[in-house]
Write a protein that binds this ligand. Structure first.
Ligand code: GTQ
Ligand code: FE2
Length: 367
């Protein structure tokens, strides 16, 4: 502003800019180019004891048919203005399928993973491969793969769905297509997709994947809990249960390339032993955690989130996170790290001191 510029002249400029569909960067730069990520999503937790009865109520009231397609309760982060996403880049949800039900076959450009919480008898067919689902199993549905779910058992089944849907939406890359038949034909015997090109142990990386990038999804579609459990046990023995932190981590990998399981999504498993103290870690990119086993709490941004089996919680980008187990605990994680790594912008940092807990999260309970 020169000495002779008047307030009216400036107002006139801003009015004309606005009419012309132009925004002056100097008025918004601080919101845009923040010194570190400012995710709109907030740290949040969805307890199983709230979600499960609602999923059971939905099984009783809402059939799974063409139209609705899926009985899915999506995690809606309260920071995202009602959008049905767990965080800015990640879809997380609880899916429920009653006995004898079948969720119709379709495909879409967003990629998906399932992590099974409880039950048996469901199989997901992925591009003709029928994959049985059991507790602790990870099943991949890569982008544009045909998929349908069938409950051939006599009890309802519940699992976690993770998708890169918000990322693909941000890229305006969503395509969806229903299969001409409700159930796609199954090719060959059930469960052939878990006998991958290499044996099970090569399908994990200790810690996390840091290098390999692969635009192709993993040809291995199923990671059985027995293999994951054995690998966690092996890692825990090799590192004396992650001596300092009390946590050992693995990432599920594409056994051909060593990359994360999908080009957009990283899946991990973390075993935490009680009585150790880990320092807070913050990472760029979002993470959704699913408690598979055990009890404990996590501190995110100075707030304590108590959890138990079946709970789901989200750590938004750059929020300091530390996990504490009250009993031996296993956490599944879903993250967008492969995308940040592909772009060369991934960051992570371990803080020097534990966080001071200033509040405890209390979820809202439906009356
Ligand atoms: O099971 O195909 O949670 O298409 C969201 C979208 C699950 C699925 C979700 C989907 C599915
Ligand atoms: Fe789907």
């Amino acid at each position: 502003m020169t000495a002779t510029t008047t307030a009216e002249e400036l107002e006139d400029l801003y009015a004309r800019l606005s009419k012309a569909g132009l925004r002056p960067l100097w008025t918004i730069t601080e919101q845009l180019l923040t010194s570190s990520p400012r995710p709109k999503a907030v740290p949040w937790l969805w307890p199983a004891r709230v979600m499960r009865p609602l999923a059971e109520q939905a099984i009783r009231l809402v059939p799974v048919e063409r139209g609705g397609e899926r009985r899915v309760l999506s995690l809606a982060n309260p920071g995202l203005d009602g959008r049905p996403y767990a965080a800015g880049t990640l879809w997380g949800a609880l899916q429920a399928l009653g006995p004898g039900e079948s969720a119709p076959a379709h495909r879409h450009t967003p990629g998906a993973i399932r992590f099974v919480l409880a039950g048996e008898g469901v199989w997901t067919t992925v591009d003709g491969e029928a994959c049985a689902m059991g507790p602790g199993d990870l099943i991949l549905t890569p982008g544009w793969a045909w998929h349908d779910h069938t409950n051939g058992g006599d009890a309802p089944m519940f699992w976690f769905d993770g998708l890169d849907l918000p990322m693909i939406e941000a890229l305006d890359g969503i395509f969806f297509e229903p299969h001409p038949e409700a159930r796609q034909p199954v090719r060959g015997p059930h469960d052939s997709a878990e006998h991958g090109p290499v044996d099970g142990t090569a399908a994990f990386a200790a810690g996390q994947v840091t290098e390999a990038l692969d635009p192709a999804p993993s040809p291995l579609l199923v990671y059985r809990w027995a293999d994951t459990d054995a690998e966690l046990t092996r890692l825990a023995a090799a590192t004396d249960a992650g001596t300092d932190t009390g946590m050992v981590s693995l990432e599920f990998t594409n056994p051909v390339s060593g990359a994360s399981v999908l080009p957009t999504l990283a899946c991990g498993m973390h075993r935490i032993v009680p009585g150790r103290n880990m320092l807070p870690v913050r990472r760029s990119g979002n993470t959704v955690y699913v408690v598979f086993r055990g009890e404990g709490h996590s501190v995110m941004d100075g707030r304590r989130f108590d959890w138990q089996a079946g709970d789901m919680f989200v750590a938004p980008s750059w929020v300091p996170v530390e996990h504490h187990a009250a009993t031996p605990a296993d956490l599944f994680s879903l993250g967008d790290t492969p995308v940040l790594r592909a772009l060369g912008i991934y960051r992570e940092e371990t803080l020097a001191d534990p966080q001071t807990v200033t509040s405890t999260f209390a979820p809202e309970e439906p009356s």
